[in-house]
Design a protein around this ligand. Structure first.
Ligand SMILES: [Zn+2]
Ligand SMILES: [Zn+2]
Length: 419
């Protein structure tokens, strides 16, 4: 019997894995420069925290969560996104009582029962950043600048940054009423989903791709025009700092983001390489979420993206995630030859070089073929003569050129190439 992989999931191998390693390692390097540190939370949480944060009426909570009872009857859910767990962790961390300002990033698998399609899986990887305890709109701009720098580190030259102001808990209810009033004039023309949204959470109507619904919502009152003076001033300040940080953006009055917890400034990075101006990275402020989780009022903001979508984009722009250090295949004649060369091979590995050693029970011909299959850059050989003379045979697989060079010269080259 042959087992098949569960629908909507994927096994990750090389070379794909080089891309996800690059996603993670660029984040570790770059985010650290902006004062972030990594946080790792469990892949499952109490169901309640997702219902509360993402919103009962959202598609995620409604249709897409992997929810189950554990053996003690607790309702648990595989995390469909990262922010809720990180907020819960923020409140569980004693340090945050002394220092409300924390900057964390996370990387890991998320789970949603979605219709599988290109770049979308039921277990997918997400990378996210969260900043807690910062009210100042400067930080909205700085977070966006960091993300732009991060994207550009993969040589992705073109993308659109869309931003919008979606107001706060003071001004949003007024807007929701305006929107409801407007939409209820067209109830019969809206799709079933939008009719449900109209009564439960009218903002979600802007997510609808249905043409008829779109024509209706495109004429709706604009959310940023309904923002209160304090939201207006926050937004304008964020724009000022985006200009200072040299980040270009377009203002999109219909951008509302998929989660209910967002407030004030929201943003999305989009690329038309992913289909119709699809977003691959998004985020915004969520100034009330910490308080809603039972904490002190704590302004916060964050962003996250699906790693698979970013990798699609990296591939579109032919970013090479392969490590650019040479890969060596060491051919050995027999057990004794292997014994004599092992110390040198271990030295190479400690220098940081990938070396694969051939199986001395296999023929030389087999080992050379294997070097080829493994995409080695060089084949190395040291027989009796080379060992006696302190030299090494180096064969460049691409050019087929073979040289016998002194070991000290090789070591020098190896040392200087790999700093
Ligand atoms: Zn407001
Ligand atoms: Zn609709």
């Amino acid at each position: 019997m042959k087992y098949r992989i569960p629908k909507g999931t994927v096994d990750l191998y090389s070379p794909h894995i080089h891309y996800s390693q690059a996603v993670y390692s660029h984040a570790c390097h770059l985010f650290t420069r902006y004062g972030f540190s990594e946080v790792v939370t469990p892949v499952f949480e109490h169901t309640d925290i997702f219902v509360r944060s993402i919103g009962e009426s959202s598609d995620i909570v409604h249709k897409e969560m992997y929810t189950f009872n554990d053996r003690s009857g607790r309702s648990l859910t595989l995390r469909p996104e990262g922010t809720a767990g990180v907020v819960r962790a923020y409140l569980g961390n004693k340090q945050t009582n002394v220092d409300a300002h924390q900057r964390w990033f996370y990387f890991g698998p998320m789970f949603r029962y979605e219709r599988p399609q290109k770049g979308r899986y039921r277990q997918f990887y997400q990378l996210g950043v969260e900043i807690f305890g910062c009210e100042n709109p400067y930080y909205d701009a700085e977070l966006i600048a960091l993300l732009a720098e991060y994207i550009e580190s993969f040589q992705i030259p073109e993308y659109d940054l869309k931003i919008n102001n979606i107001g706060c808990k003071e001004c949003r209810p007024t807007y929701n009423r305006q929107l409801q009033e407007y939409l209820s004039r067209y109830t019969s023309q809206l799709c079933n989903d939008c009719q449900y949204r109209l009564s439960h959470n009218p903002l979600r109507v802007f997510d609808c791709k249905n043409k008829a619904c779109r024509q209706i919502w495109e004429e709706a009152p604009l959310i940023h025009e309904a923002a209160c003076p304090s939201c207006q001033s926050h937004y304008e300040n964020a724009l000022f700092w985006l200009d200072q940080l040299d980040v270009s953006y377009v203002q999109d009055p219909f951008l509302v983001r998929g989660f209910d917890y967002y407030t004030r400034l929201v943003f999305e990075f989009c690329s038309n390489k992913l289909g119709a101006q699809d977003a691959f990275l998004g985020g915004g402020r969520y100034d009330n979420l910490v308080e809603e989780f039972g904490g002190k009022p704590t302004p916060a903001l964050g962003a996250s993206f699906g790693v698979e979508r970013l990798i699609l984009l990296m591939k579109e722009y032919e970013y090479s995630a392969q490590p650019d250090i040479p890969f060596y295949y060491f051919v050995v004649f027999d057990r004794e030859n292997c014994r004599q060369n092992v110390p040198f091979i271990q030295w190479m590995r400690r220098q940081g070089y990938p070396v694969l050693i051939g199986d001395y029970n296999r023929s030389l011909k087999y080992q050379f073929k294997e070097a080829d299959r493994k995409n080695a850059d060089y084949v190395l050989i040291r027989g009796e003569n080379e060992i006696a003379e302190d030299t090494i045979q180096v064969k460049n697989i691409r050019s087929s050129q073979q040289d016998n060079i002194s070991l000290s010269e090789f070591k020098q080259q190896a040392g200087s190439n790999n700093t």
